[in-house]
Every structure is written in structure tokens, then in C-alpha cells.
Design a protein around this ligand. Structure first.
Ligand code: IZC
Ligand code: ZN
Length: 409
């Protein structure tokens, strides 16, 4: 072994290489007095303490809780500027979509992202990723969508690729040119959709810059038909569909996501019973974003109903400068427990294995099993409940990423 973590008070992990749903979501493996052994960056042993295991590098976990590294399956990581000036509007009750309609919101971040240099965006991204890692995130997804023209969408995606190589957190890239209509195409929706389909998508695919294609399917943003058209074309070119669905208005985004065989549907705050059934029938992972509900002061998605209906539920941050300026997965976990009424075990699965499944990484991360990447968190906690109970503090003691110990406190 290259590394042996000993004296683990409690090892808590979901099991398997696919999303867990229904009762399976809370069916996690709990081992008291455990060890994890690492070889070549992968888990070579995860089980009860075995004194015969040896390594030159032994790390004493001091009786602490160990879980898989957290997977943040929905972020808008790379952007110029921030949007703190919108806070006053929000407090005055101006709706999110009205701010966008007036040229603010996403469009103000587009201006700042277009104006920023690659070096600036890379430096900012590195700092954000280092904060994410210190909070226990070992893998995340990152969307483009603040360029809204070919050149700047490619710039964002290339930055995501550089960031993936430059630091420990693995980043899975998603193309989201369909995030808003840029001001050059005001009053010409069809023109932008055509531009996206004929220029942006082939350029992104040509450079191999994305694995997924996401669409903001919402009132006054992309209609169901526009979204379907974009996602089906993306799928033809090899990008798997994801959908921002039913975040603000219940327009049937979940049903459309199921229809196009999306890997995941995200937000789902307003999703109907029919939408929940469609997600369950088609094995679409529901990526729920409780920090967004909190920050927009909106209802919380019906996570309990979704789990009970057999939908695999993941929980992520939605980190972005407008509707979710927090990258703290621990906060999302606490909100999932308190507001969604998911149990600690269900939430753990939501932020590890099911998050990994939402970005097609369930075969390589999201659980502590032999052969998976050695991505794990040693928590300043003696049991799983504790990390949901002591909300507001960073309870990470040590992160291990592909076998390397990082952020030792
Ligand atoms: O910048 O406001 N909802 N996209 C869809 C966002 C929020 C990000 C933003
Ligand atoms: Zn989002």
C-alpha cells in the first residue's frame, strides 16, 4: 500500500457503480473501526481494521468519520465579476427573471466574462477550487454559458480544461451556450438557436471541450421546443443532455428531460407528479440545489417525494454569481437534510455516488470501494449525524485526492 488510513472510527459510504434510488438511497455501508488502503491512487482496501495491512505511510484518523469525497455535480464555476449589487434588488422583491429581462443577471456576468482575460479567470477559478477542496469536494462539474458567443464559450471551456489539469479537483465540463439569449440576438431568438446549433456546438465538439450539453429551459429563456432541439442535436454529436428544469415556472422541463433521455434534470423546484414519474421511469438523476432555493427565497424541491417515487436524487451547490453565490457543499447537505427532509444517509448518497452518476463518474468515484479513485474526506466528527447537526462550520479534517493527502489541519 502507498497509504494506509487507520483508526477510522466510522467509515460511511454508499455502494456500487450506479445511482442509488428509492430505499437504496439510504442503504449505505457503515463500518466501525475501519481502514482504507491506497495503491496507485486507487482504493486497494476498505473494510474493518486488519492489522496485517502495512504501508510506509500510515495516517491515523484518530477515530474520525471517513466518507467518499464530495461530488458537486452542478456549478457555473468560471465567470467574471460578481453580482452583489443585485442583492438590494432582490431584497426589494424584484424577481430573478425580471433582473435578467432588464439586461442584468446572467447578461451582466456575460459582459464581465467576455471582458476578463484567460489569466484572470484561471486565477479566480483556482482560488475557488482550492476553497471547494478545503470543504471536502474532490470532483465537480463546471458549465460554460457566460460567453454566449463561440469565441467566449470556447474560452470558458478551455479554462475549465486548464483548471482541471492545474489543481487536484477533477472537473467535468458541460457546454451551456443555451443559458440566455445574448444582447446581440435581442428579438432574434431563432437566430441565436441557429448560431448555437451550426457554429457553437460543432466548435465545442471539434475541440473535445465538453461531455454534456445543458439548457436553461425556463419562461422567457429557452422554450421546451428550443431546448429539445438543442439537446437532441447535441446528443447526435456526442454530448449527453442535461436540463435546468422547472426552476422558476412549472413548464414541463422534467418531462422534456425524460423525453430526450437526459442524464440528469436539475433544480426541479416546480416539478409536477407527472414530471417526477417521468424522471423515475427514465432513470434521470434529479440534481437538486437547495442553496438556490434558500438564496432566491423560493420553495424547496420535493426531494422526499422524488426519493419515495424511485428517482435517484443528487444534491449540489449550483455555485454561480447570481442565484447561488455559495460553493459550500456542506451547507447544501445541511439544507438537504433540514429542508428536503432527506436523512443523513440519503444525503450522503446524494452528494457522493448519485452526484457522480449525474456526471457519469459513478464507475470511478462516489464510493469507497476497491478499484475506485482514492478520493475521501476525514471529518472532524465521530458519526454521520454530527456533520448534519453542526451546520455552519467547516468540519473537514483532511481530504485525500487520488491517494494524496491534502489540506491537513
Ligand atoms: O448566473 O444566474 N439559474 N442560471 C440559471 C443561473 C441561475 C446562473 C446565473
Ligand atoms: Zn445552474
Amino acid at each position: 500500500m502507498d497509504l494506509l488510513l487507520k483508526n477510522i472510527g466510522l467509515l460511511a459510504t454508499p455502494v456500487g457503480s450506479a445511482a442509488r434510488k428509492g430505499a437504496g438511497q439510504r442503504d449505505i455501508l457503515l463500518i466501525q473501526d475501519a481502514m482504507v488502503g491506497v495503491k496507485d491512487g486507487e482504493i486497494a482496501y476498505a473494510g474493518p481494521t486488519d492489522e496485517s495491512l502495512k504501508s510506509a505511510d500510515v495516517f491515523d484518523c484518530g477515530g474520525r468519520l471517513v466518507t467518499p469525497g464530495l461530488v458537486d455535480a452542478h456549478t457555473h464555476l468560471v465567470f467574471g465579476g460578481w453580482r452583489q449589487k443585485e442583492l438590494a434588488l432582490k431584497l426589494d422583491g424584484v424577481p430573478y427573471l425580471d433582473i435578467l429581462k432588464a439586461g442584468g443577471g446572467i447578461l451582466s456576468t456575460v459582459e464581465h466574462t467576455r471582458a476578463a482575460s484567460e489569466a484572470e479567470l484561471v486565477a479566480k477559478g483556482k482560488a475557488l477550487l482550492s476553497e471547494m477542496l478545503s470543504l471536502g469536494v474532490t470532483t465537480c462539474e463546471a458549465k460554460s454559458g457566460y460567453g454566449l458567443n463561440t469565441q467566449c464559450e470556447l474560452k470558458q471551456l478551455r479554462i475549465i480544461r486548464s483548471l482541471d489539469k492545474a489543481q487536484p479537483v477533477d472537473i467535468v465540463p458541460t457546454f451551456m451556450g443555451a443559458h440566455a439569449f445574448p444582447k446581440e440576438y435581442a428579438g432574434n431568438r431563432n437566430g441565436y438557436v441557429e448560431h448555437l446549433l451550426t457554429e457553437m456546438l460543432p466548435a465545442v465538439v471539434g475541440e473535445g471541450l465538453a461531455e454534456f450539453c445543458d439548457v436553461f429551459c425556463e419562461t422567457a429563456v429557452f422554450t421546451l421546443d428550443e431546448s429539445r432541439r438543442i439537446l437532441l442535436e447535441a446528443a447526435k454529436l456526442g454530448l449527453s443532455p442535461k436540463v435546468h428544469a422547472d426552476e422558476i415556472d412549472p413548464i414541463g422541463g422534467a418531462e422534456m428531460a425524460a423525453d430526450v433521455n437526459a442524464v440528469s434534470a436539475e433544480h426541479l423546484i416546480q416539478t409536477s407528479d407527472g414530471g417526477i414519474r417521468a424522471l423515475a421511469d427514465k432513470d434521470v438523476v434529479a440534481v437538486l440545489l437547495p442553496a438556490t432555493s434558500f438564496y432566491l427565497d423560493k420553495p424547496f424541491a420535493r426531494a422526499r417525494d422524488m426519493v419515495d417515487a424511485g428517482v435517484a436524487v443528487a444534491v449540489a451547490t449550483d455555485f454561480n454569481p447570481g442565484s447561488s453565490p455559495s460553493l459550500n457543499m456542506q451547507l447544501a447537505m445541511n439544507l438537504a437534510c433540514m429542508k428536503y427532509k432527506l436523512t443523513p444517509a440519503e444525503t450522503l448518497t446524494a452528494v457522493t455516488l448519485n452526484g457522480a452518476a449525474a456526471i457519469r463518474r459513478a464507475g470511478s468515484c462516489g464510493s469507497l470501494e476497491v478499484g475506485k479513485q482514492a478520493d475521501l474526506v476525514v471529518w472532524d466528527a465521530e458519526d454521520l449525524e454530527y456533520i448534519f447537526y453542526r451546520y455552519g462550520s467547516n468540519l473537514v479534517h483532511t481530504v485525500v485526492k487520488k491517494g494524496d493527502k491534502i489540506c491537513l489541519s
